[in-house]
Design a protein around this ligand. Structure first.
Ligand SMILES: [Zn+2]
Ligand SMILES: [Zn+2]
Length: 757
């Protein structure tokens, strides 16, 4: 049996190093014979020393090292506070470590979170700075040198080897970012977050485990600083002036008003007194527009080229006032939406961190490779010229479609690297944390990859994804990896961009044939996983976005995604997976677009859609009154007649079938497609006289005639959904003539039509 090797420069090799630890096989890259054995054939003469005065996280680190070494090798190394006897030691923390291991180190100035592993070939020192450095050192030793991994809450990889060697070596590491948070349910599991060395602020790790990076309050704090319920009545002038009115809610503050500033400073001093140990205090804009347009604020903004002017002026005032009393205290503010572009002349004070948000740029591609991200890169560069402290907030999910396949791994892996290379001090990766449990597409994979890259962005992102897939999906891994590769292949082109608000019908990659191939791959994955209930569960969860896509399109008449006879089983499987995984939301607003029940209702009430029509248009609607203007002889239908269209063109009826969904998308079918009206005709056959219930949905207003009788007249500006209007109509045996008319001002234009079951 060869020993599990401690390898110098292991990290540098990890990208090339195929994960090869198994229960019986360990790897020895150097000559093993000349090395010291930490554990040999299951027994060890080593002890783990930690000072009895060491802080709790270091004592915890010693116990964890003991437990993992035992699990790996079978040997139980005693943890001791005494340095006696002849046995060699693993020293945890600087306290009590011998000079031979601590030379040229000043433990007091060792940087927070960074650590050193140092061995003279006999003893080993694992020690670090701040409250977490030593614990991170133990985790680094276990992961980088012994091959331990904590992929998910359930799937860990702890190698097994009765022997572990120790060479003379030294290694120092520090995280790329001082603040590392990934917004996935899995990433807030305390032990998972600890072992993957995230330091989240939303659910901080306890002090006994080294604590977290603490932000207080988390974000959007203007109304915490100056509460409207307390100040608005007496001092409306503290609040933003927009549309000629001082706004009490859903807006910002008046940032130049001396009274606003006095209250804000007072509040921050209270926070500082009440929340010791906080790393940064948020003095940042609310999550609305509505910045102040009073003459004083506007003057600053005009001078500075935009509303970040009055914002930075205000934040600097607060930060400078705080610095006089609490010199080390940091203040943080957003550069977000209206404040994303930096001021022309002002610079943030040295104790101010700019939390720069990459909101709603392309998600398909890495920030460095997509022209759609160029405006953001330029803004980042501009901020970088005036501050050394940029902490990034980036978005990595579809916020209205957590369960939609979202092939954005290029932005996941490349953006972290880019931020590190460009000197960002922190990164908040906003993913899809939902109450109770995850369930966003590949959320565990994403959380793990983010955690590894936030610590060390030099690691190969694609390699990390493959490593996760191989180890978490086991026998099913080849099929899952092919699925991932297939989904990403369609978005590599620099023409296929998508945003964090993309809808399934808008993206280019959710084609019926691709979903059919995904089905086949998951069938193979499920077969490979059979007999292993836990693995089957993970494969099933990865399949959920494919099922979601099929049901999404089914609900809008996409019969090429899901045939009616397969629908009941697909729906049952989807609901079963949701239930098993306790997934309770599918978007970041569970009350509205993230509501699972609302989605299921839409699926269940999907009508028998009509997707083949004769269409006619576009007619003019410049005055917006076209819906109720007789543009052709209504409601009689002459499919051979010619009409005069919006631009004076001759228009004729033409047949049209949408094979992807039942949405009749006039916007794509007609040009021009703004300030227009169009018609659609269908001959609806009935085998007997009966009353039918129809559902229609339109963008914008709609009129419907059945057998020459007006049965629906609904002028409205709205986004089309099936069944927005439901109505009952008597049908004759045989032919029934349905005429639909939809008007249009701007943006979307089209309709759904079907018979309810
Ligand atoms: Zn103002
Ligand atoms: Zn792009």
């Amino acid at each position: 049996m060869k020993p599990l090797q401690s390898i110098l420069h292991f990290l540098a090799k990890t990208t090339l190093f195929r994960f090869a630890f198994t229960a019986a096989i360990a790897v020895c890259l150097f000559s093993c014979n000349s090395e010291t054995y930490l554990v040999r054939e299951g027994s060890s003469s080593y002890k783990i020393f930690v000072s009895k005065d060491a802080p709790a996280p270091e004592k915890y680190a010693a116990r964890e090292l003991q437990a993992y070494l035992r699990q790996i090798s079978g040997a139980l190394l005693p943890v001791t506070h005494e340095i006696t006897g002849d046995s060699p030691f693993i020293y945890i923390g600087f306290q009590g470590a011998p000079g031979s291991l601590t030379h040229e180190i000043d433990p007091g100035s060792f940087p927070n979170e960074s650590y050193i592993l140092r061995s003279d070939g006999t003893s080993l020192l694992i020690a670090g700075g701040g409250s977490r450095g030593t614990l991170y050192g133990v985790i680094g030793y276990l992961s980088d040198r012994l091959g331990c991994r904590w992929y998910t809450r359930e799937v860990r990889k702890i190698p097994s080897s009765p022997s572990i060697t120790l060479t003379k070596f030294e290694e120092r590491q520090k995280p790329a970012f001082e603040y590392r948070e990934a917004w996935y349910t899995e990433a807030y599991d305390t032990r998972w977050a600890l072992y993957n060395r995230l330091n989240p602020t939303i659910a901080p790790l306890p002090d006994s485990l080294g604590g977290s990076f603490r932000t207080y309050p988390f974000a959007h704090t203007f109304y915490n600083l100056v509460p409207a319920e307390k100040y608005y009545a007496a001092h409306p002038e503290y609040f933003a002036l927009t549309d000629g009115k001082r706004q009490k809610e859903k807006a910002q503050l008046c940032l130049t008003n001396p009274g606003t500033r006095a209250v804000a400073v007072k509040t921050v001093f209270e926070w500082i007194a009440q929340h010791p140990g906080v790393d940064v205090f948020s003095v940042d804009q609310n999550d609305y527009m509505g910045y102040c347009e009073c003459p004083a604020c506007k003057a600053v903004d005009d001078r500075e080229g935009g509303p970040s002017g009055s914002l930075i002026d205000f934040v600097n005032y607060v930060a400078d006032t705080v610095a006089k009393v609490h010199p080390g205290t940091r203040i943080q503010t957003f550069a977000y939406t209206y404040s994303e572009a930096p001021p022309k002349h002002l610079k943030p004070s040295p104790n101010v961190t700019i939390r720069l948000c990459r909101y709603n740029y392309c998600s398909a591609h890495g920030i460095d490779e997509c022209e759609h991200s160029k405006p953001f890169r330029d803004r980042y560069e501009s901020w970088k010229k005036i501050t050394e402290r940029i902490s990034v907030w980036d978005y990595f999910t579809d916020f209205s479609q957590y369960l939609m396949p979202y092939p954005n791994f290029a932005s996941v892996t490349r953006n972290v690297k880019w931020y590190a290379e460009n000197g960002a001090v922190g990164l908040f990766a906003q993913g899809n944390k939902v109450p109770e449990n995850g369930g966003g597409e590949f959320s565990e994979l994403r959380a793990w990859v983010f955690a590894q890259l936030m610590w060390n962005p030099d690691r190969n992102g694609d390699g990390l994804i493959r490593e996760f897939v191989e180890n978490v999906y086991g026998k099913a891994a080849p099929f899952i990896q092919r699925y991932i590769d297939m989904m990403h292949a369609d978005v590599k082109a620099d023409t296929s961009h998508f945003s964090i608000w993309a809808q399934p019908i808008e993206v280019n990659y959710l084609k019926p044939e691709l979903i059919a191939r995904a089905d086949s791959l998951f069938m193979l994955a499920e077969q490979a996983a059979s007999g292993d209930a836990a693995l089957s569960g993970r494969v099933e969860l990865a399949y959920l976005p494919v099922l979601y896509t099929k049901l999404f399109f089914y609900a809008i008449g996409g019969s090429s995604y899901l045939k009616a006879d397969k629908y009941p089983a697909t729906l049952a499987q989807f609901e079963n997976i949701l239930k098993k995984n306790r997934i309770t939301a599918m978007g970041d607003m569970p009350d509205t677009y993230g509501n699972i029940e609302a989605f299921l209702d839409k699926v269940r009430s999907a009508p028998a859609f009509v997707s083949d029509w004769h269409i006619l248009g576009p007619f003019d609607n410049t005055d917006g009154k076209g819906l109720r203007k007789e543009l052709i002889p209504e409601p009689g239908i002459d499919l051979n007649a010619t009409f005069k269209g919006k631009n004076g063109d001759a228009l004729q009826w033409r047949p049209y079938v949408n094979e992807v969904s039942a949405y009749i998308d006039f916007k794509k079918l007609f040009d021009p497609s703004d300030y227009t009206v169009a018609y659609a005709y269908h001959n609806y056959r009935s085998d007997k006289p009966r009353v039918a219930r129809f559902g229609a949905g339109s963008n914008d207003g709609i009129r419907v005639w059945v057998n020459n009788k007006l049965v629906l007249d609904h002028p409205e500006s709205r986004r089309a959904e099936p069944n927005q209007d439901v109505f009952s109509v008597p049908l004759k045996e045989g032919d029934n003539h349905i005429l639909v008319k939809v008007d249009q001002l701007e943006r979307g234009w089209g309709f759904y039509f079907g018979e309810l079951k």
